[in-house]
Structures are given as structure tokens and as C-alpha cells.
Design a protein around this ligand. Structure first.
Ligand code: NAP
Length: 293
């Protein structure tokens, strides 16, 4: 049986640490980090994410600002709102909940966010900073949470063989860049990769970000490997109802891997904690003060 890398426990510790630092920042510098979340439309999953983000932002002692816009909001009105928030000194982080309605150009919206307030790390400048190995940019939350758990579990990652299955801009590519920055030898796999099972079997670290329920089986995994399962898939249960599963088949992988993240309770809870981490970091950077110890 592999060790469980609990994102629930790790994120609770991280959020407690952030809360303590936010309180110190307020005490020492009278700065309260502010996070603005913009939601366009009424997608039920997005509404839940936005509500959770608001609750956890306030619990960390930060100011939370929610902007809920109608589904038919024009791109211009959205860009005008972002421009207004960009100039608001009480806001240090801006997150536009994705996906946006089809008539809005996501790329234009993301790149209209002030680079230093782009707490999702999706702005082209932050993407470029990560790709060039800089520490000056903002790292996307899900890969950031994943690399934090890996480093906490394994310590030095240098020289390890890592595979990232999935090459999306929000998970796969930034994850691969972070592993490379830690001096791993990185393979990025995707839907056109040949002999995927064999590629996976060579990896000391396997990160699955595919969106296909339980695709990666135990016999795809190198004995002793560490698994980070980013996938969140809702499937029907035999006895009725639904449940969440990852991209890795937990029952068989658990027999082979040395350690793995569960779904739910793995990478998922780390994502919002890392959003708070990024908001605190940017509040400090914007005000030119160190993040409190
Ligand atoms: N825990 C969290 O907070 C969090 C955050 C974000 C996403 N997620 C979850 O992570 C998963 C991935 O998300 P995403 O946004 O990165 O998804 P995405 O944009 O749909 O990308 C999926 C990637 O998987 C690859 N792929 C699809 N089928 C494959 C196959 N049969 N073999 C190999 N590769 C295959 C695709 O390859 P091509 O590029 O060739 O099409 C693509 O690169 C989803 O389950 C999502 O819900 C979780």
C-alpha cells in the first residue's frame, strides 16, 4: 500500500501559515491583501468555486471582492471592469473565473489583467517568466500546489525522471516547467504520445492531468514511483449516484506506487490554498515589503 499524500492536510497547514502571515503583514505594515474574483454567467460549478474562494479568502484574513456579471456581458464591459480593478490599490490579486462565455475572447481578458495582479499566473508575461526559470513571476495554482507536495514528500527532486501526462496551458505545461526548474528530466505526454504505458513506467514521478477517469492503471507505474493525480472526474457509481475519481486508477496504483495523492482530497484542496499564497506574495511585492516569516 502506498503512502497517501494528503492535500487536505497540507492545504490546511498552508492556509493556517498564510493566515498568520496576513495578520503579521497587517500588524507591521497596515496592509491587508485583497483578492477580486470576477464571474461571468451562471455556470453552477464556477459559482461553487467562486463561493469557496470567497469564504477561504476571508478566513485567511484577506479582503474578498466578488464581481458577478450577467452571461451576456460584452467583452468591452468586462475589459472596462478589469481596467478599473487593475487601478484599485486595495486589490492585489485578480482572478477571472474560466471558462468565459463563448462571445468573450479569453486570451484578451487574461492578458488585460495587470501582470503583478495575475494571481492565476496565466498572463503571457507570467507564463514567460516561468518558462525562463525566473522566480519573479506568478506560478499557476494547481501546478504550484502539486510541486509543493512533491518537494515536501521527496525533498530534492534533482535528477529524477518525471512524466507529465497532459499538456494544457493551465496544468500540464506549467507543471513540466516547474519539474524542469527542479532539475528533473521531464517527459510531456499527450493524446498523440506513442507507447504511453511504457513512457509512464520509466518515471520516478508521474503527474496525471488528462481528464480521463482512471486511465492510468497500476501496471503503467514504475514500482516505488510518486504519483500526483490532478484529474477530477465525476463518474456513475454501480450502486447509483456519482463519485469523483482521478486520472489514475487508485486501487491498482496504490499497490505499486510508493506514494500518491487521492481524489478527492489531493491536489484539489491545494489549488485555493495556492491562490491565497499567490495573493499574499503579490500584496507584499506590490507594496515592496518582504513576505512575513
Ligand atoms: N485539482 C484541481 O484543482 C484541478 C485544476 C485544473 C484541472 N483539474 C483537472 O485536471 C484534469 C486535466 O485538466 P486540464 O485543464 O489540463 O485538461 P485539458 O485542457 O482538457 O487537457 C487534457 C490533456 O490531456 C491530454 N489527453 C487527453 N486524452 C489523452 C489520452 N488518452 N492519452 C494521453 N493524453 C491525453 C490532452 O492531449 P492533447 O493536448 O493532445 O489533446 C491534453 O493535453 C481534468 O480532470 C481537470 O478537471 C484539476
Amino acid at each position: 500500500m502506498s503512502k497517501i499524500i494528503s492535500g487536505t492536510e497540507f492545504s490546511a497547514k498552508l492556509r493556517a501559515e498564510i493566515k498568520r502571515k496576513v495578520s503579521k503583514l497587517k500588524q507591521d505594515h497596515s496592509i491587508v491583501p485583497g483578492l477580486a474574483v470576477v464571474l461571468v454567467g451562471e455556470d453552477p460549478a464556477s459559482q461553487i468555486y467562486v463561493r469557496n474562494k470567497g469564504v477561504q479568502t476571508k478566513e485567511a484574513g484577506m479582503n474578498s471582492y466578488e464581481h458577478k456579471l450577467a452571461d451576456d456581458t460584452s467583452e468591452k464591459d468586462l475589459l472596462d471592469l478589469i481596467d478599473q480593478i487593475n487601478r484599485d490599490n486595495s486589490v492585489h490579486g485578480i482572478l477571472v473565473q474560466l471558462p468565459l462565455p463563448k462571445h468573450i475572447n479569453e486570451h484578451a481578458v487574461i492578458n488585460s489583467i495587470a501582470v503583478e495582479k495575475d494571481v492565476d499566473g496565466f498572463h503571457l508575461s507570467n507564463v514567460g517568466l516561468l518558462a525562463t526559470g525566473s522566480n519573479e513571476g506568478i506560478v499557476p495554482c494547481t501546478p504550484l500546489g502539486s510541486i509543493m507536495m512533491l518537494k515536501d514528500h521527496l525533498g530534492d527532486l534533482s535528477g529524477k525522471k518525471a512524466i507529465v501526462v497532459g499538456r494544457s496551458n493551465i496544468v500540464g505545461k506549467p507543471m513540466a516547467a516547474l519539474l524542469l526548474k527542479e532539475s528533473c528530466t521531464v517527459t510531456i505526454a499527450h493524446s498523440r504520445t506513442k507507447n504511453l504505458k511504457e513512457e509512464c513506467r520509466q518515471a520516478d514521478i508521474l503527474v496525471a492531468a488528462v481528464g480521463r477517469p482512471e486511465m492510468i492503471k497500476g501496471d503503467w507505474i514504475k514500482p516505488g514511483a510518486t504519483i500526483i493525480d490532478v484529474g477530477i472526474n465525476r463518474i456513475e457509481k454501480e450502486e447509483g449516484g456519482t463519485k469523483l475519481v482521478g486520472d489514475v486508477e487508485f486501487s491498482s496504483a496504490n499497490e505499486v506506487a510508493e506514494a500518491m495523492t487521492p481524489v478527492p482530497g489531493g491536489v484539489g484542496p491545494m489549488t485555493i490554498a495556492c491562490l491565497l499564497h499567490n495573493a499574499l506574495q503579490q500584496a507584499c511585492r506590490i507594496n515592496n515589503v518582504d513576505v512575513p516569516d
